[in-house]
Design a protein around this ligand. Structure first.
Ligand code: PEP
Ligand code: MG
Length: 573
């Protein structure tokens, strides 16, 4: 009888492999007495494990692909520094010698001691560094667990490994590049966390929010994950596994076919042009956006420049934005200003009790205006290289837009005064991701140049469902009539006021909604470039005229279930 666990797929793709259970911390370690004559051997065993961990990390460091941002790679340096520190190098050695215990146990007590020091720290950012210590300690423990006769120069994780963990840091995720990980299953993790962004960019099939995965799955158990459906299957028989192998082969073939059609125009059967722009998260996505022939960038999430709570300098930001603009000089590149806080952990925001409703995004930027002006200056300077647009996240009311405009004026005046090359007037857009912005879009319209709907947050705020909270995931429903009604409303406001409306939340890349969105008038989709071929294919095989009646029925549906049923009918027509 197969075991099926459900969660939310944050990538597409099927993976077939063997579970590798990664527990946080080292709680299951047993203590053994070591005879006095064997103590030197045990110390040598420990130091050899540390040396191997160091050499593995050096290899990972050397193999990091160029597209991975420097900040992420810097985590590996942090690990290396920790491995070189006496706390990890000689601390456990003393425990072995003094307590006559095995290396694993010695490392565990040392780790607990370090953990308590970190817990006492006032600085919330430093406090979170305990995750890095755990990563390093787990790495050494895994090496210690390898039998004496195995080839220690091999990578620790065998090919086709499917990681099962509670959560992962971006740096841990990065080390999987070296380990040929086939898929990832996490009990926790937010769909828009840095880890989620990274796995999407790396194209690793990943499912998050899977309750009890650590208890229910066994080490080295064969598992299949279907990330699109958000399901993990174990205990499949030969026929069922063969079925998934077939699906995997078809998926690869379909991806190849889709790739061949990316040059074709994005136009419906009845001749309606639809702009398919890219959401950029990692620099790597830029290359993918170009490969997929994206019509520019609809959402450049700049949070990655602030990874780990570090504020990127104006020069760093200028470099990052210019690179994207130079790569796409003739198409719009929409740079969203910093959206840190809430699910995109940042030290200040992490300290508030309900960070999704707290000091995040535009609120944080308007509070720390010096930091915000660094970004605004960098954007205006980079703008000389292409068609830059600025997009403001999490707007709830007009004064926020007016405050930003004032800051922009100040930045432009400063740049002009100093004779620094820049563009002074850039299109300014407002994200519609709060019900307040959606309902007052008509009042906001005269003050901005374009709208972009962020359904990820709009759904969270409309339905009062924390998008990072797995216990209420079942209520996070894109098909809720309240959500669909707001989308329809904003598109109508756009038509009435002559302001373009894009959609840049995950819904834009979900093939289930493509026809519905076309039917209610969406003409600009911004999505992760990996999804672009599939969405283009649906656009090219859809006829919008004639869909309006069904669109009205969907908008007026009494329940999410009814709306979903009607959308399915629309898709089948
Ligand atoms: C959204 O909320 O839909 C969005 C695009 O922004 P993010 O996912 O980065 O919060
Ligand atoms: Mg958002």
């Amino acid at each position: 009888m197969p075991l099926a666990l459900n969660g939310s797929g944050i990538t597409n793709g099927i993976a077939i492999g063997y579970a590798h259970i990664m527990r946080q911390g080292v709680g299951d370690i047993a203590r053994f007495d070591i005879a006095p004559e064997d103590l030197d051997n045990e110390v040598r065993r420990y130091l050899a494990a540390v040396e191997l961990a160091i050499s593995q990390l050096h290899t990972i460091r050397a193999d990091i692909p160029k597209h991975i941002p420097k900040d992420v790679a810097a985590f590996i340096d942090t690990y290396l520094l920790m491995l070189d520190d006496d706390a990890l190098k000689t601390g456990p050695v003393h425990h072995i010698q003094e307590q006559h215990c095995n290396a694993e146990w010695a490392l565990q007590i040392q780790c607990s001691a370090i953990e308590s020091v970190f817990q006492e720290m006032q600085d919330p950012y430093l406090k979170t560094r305990i995750d890095d210590i755990n990563h390093v300690v787990n790495r050494i423990q895994r090496i210690l667990a390898i039998s004496e006769d195995s080839d220690r120069t091999e990578t620790i994780l065998p090919a086709q490994t499917i990681i099962i963990a509670d959560d992962l840091s971006p740096a841990e995720t990065l080390t999987f590049l070296h380990d040929q990980v086939a898929g990832i299953v996490l009990q926790g993790c937010a769909p828009t966390s840095h880890t989620a962004i990274l796995v999407r960019s790396l194209g690793i099939p990943t499912i998050i929010g899977v309750d009890h995965a650590l208890q229910l799955l066994q080490e080295r158990e064969p598992v299949v994950i279907d990330a699109r459906k958000g399901v993990i299957l174990a205990g499949l028989d030969i026929e069922q596994t063969a079925h998934y192998r077939l699906l995997l082969r078809r998926e690869k073939a379909a991806a190849q076919t889709a790739l061949r059609s990316v040059r074709l125009a994005s136009v419906t059967l009845d001749g309606i042009k639809v702009a398919l722009r890219a959401n950029l998260e990692l620099p790597h996505d830029l290359k993918l956006a170009q490969t997929m022939h994206a019509a520019g960038v609809g959402l450049y999430r700049t949070e990655f420049l602030y990874l780990g709570g570090l504020v990127a300098s104006e020069a760093d930001q200028l470099r990052a934005y210019s690179r994207v603009l130079k790569a796409m000089p003739r198409q719009p590149v929409t740079i969203r200003t910093l959206d840190i806080g809430a699910d995109k952990n940042f030290e200040d925001a992490a300290t508030t009790s309900n960070s999704a409703l707290g000091l995040r995004a535009i609120r944080l930027c308007l509070k720390d205006q010096a930091m915000f002006k660094v970004q605004l200056r960098a954007i205006h300077r980079a703008a000389v290289y292409g068609q830059t647009r600025i997009l403001l996240p999490m707007v709830t009311a007009l004064p926020e837009i007016q405050d930003v405009k004032r800051l922009i004026r100040e930045c432009v005046a400063e740049l002009a005064r100093k004779g620094i090359k820049h563009k002074s007037r850039l299109p300014l857009g407002c994200m519609i991701e709060t019900p307040a912005a959606a309902l007052t879009a008509a009042q906001l319209a005269p003050h901005i140049d374009f709208f972009s709907i962020g359904t990820n947050d709009l759904i969270q705020y409309t339905l009062a469902v924390d998008r990072t909270e797995s216990s209420v995931n079942y209520l996070y429903d894109n098909c809720h009539p309240a959500v669909l009604g707001l989308l329809d409303h904003v598109l109508k406001v756009g038509t009435r006021t002559g302001k373009s409306v894009a959609l840049c939340g995950e819904m834009a890349g979900d093939p289930f909604f493509t026809r519905f969105l076309l039917a209610i008038g969406l003409r600009e989709f911004s999505l992760h470039p990996i999804n672009l071929p599939e969405i283009k294919n649906i656009i090219r095989t859809s006829k919008v005229s004639g869909m309006q009646r069904m669109a009205r029925r969907i908008i007026n549906a009494a329940s999410p279930q009814e709306a979903r049923f009607l959308i399915r009918t629309l898709n089948a027509s």
